[in-house]
Design a protein around this ligand. Structure first.
Ligand code: HEC
Length: 161
């Protein structure tokens, strides 16, 4: 007979176990995902043109990336690196991912403008990349997927701006 308190404990392991975090990487995200209202607020706070983006279209466009990328916190690297926290991150620095020399040695921090150039044509933006993706020719699709990624990958607008 399992007592309800124990059962609750088993269901919410993270609340009961030690906090070593060793199992985090493989498990589901531990941070509560933003609510729809929080996502709408984040979207509205983005600089133009991203504040006018269509997140649903962004989600559809991201379907082209999903076979190679996860976006959740602590999500696994697949063919491509996990993209959580990519905005504000130095290119080629996701943990435990084996980048091409081109991306590893690229000397910039990802922001919306860089991502826009990259997604338009990865191969010309960083020659020698191993991301085999043809690119997204449509400007609106790029706007929408970038806004979607900002909202979904833990981007926080700089305070005071
Ligand atoms: C066929 C697999 C594949 C697809 C599809 C793909 N990527 Fe990638 N992506 C990669 C690989 C592989 C890398 C690592 C590139 C390298 O090291 O040269 C990468 C790297 C990246 C990076 C750089 C990350 C970093 O840490 O510097 C970003 C950003 C990115 N991809 C975004 C996207 C987005 C957004 C899409 C969809 C529009 C997409 N990718 C589609 C495989 C893919």
């Amino acid at each position: 007979m399992i007592r309800p308190a124990l059962l609750a404990c088993a269901l919410v392991l993270s609340a009961c176990g030690d906090d070593s975090g060793s199992e985090k990487a493989a498990s589901t995200p531990t941070q509560a995902a933003p609510t729809p209202a929080e996502k709408a607020a984040l979207l509205a706070a983005l600089p133009a043109p991203y504040n006018a983006a269509d997140l649903e279209n962004g989600r559809r466009v991201f379907a082209r990336c999903r076979s190679c990328h996860t976006i959740t916190e602590g999500g696994p690297n697949m063919t491509g690196p996990n993209l959580h926290g990519v905005f504000g991150r130095e290119a080629g620095t996701a943990a435990k991912y084996n980048y091409s020399t081109a991306v590893r040695e690229a000397d910039f921090v990802w922001d919306a403008a860089r991502l826009d150039d990259w997604l338009e044509n990865p191969r010309t933006f960083l020659k020698g990349t191993k991301m085999s993706f043809a690119g997204i020719p449509d400007e609106t699709d790029r706007r929408d997927v970038i806004a979607f990624l900002k909202v979904e990958t833990g981007y926080a607008p700089p305070s005071g701006s």
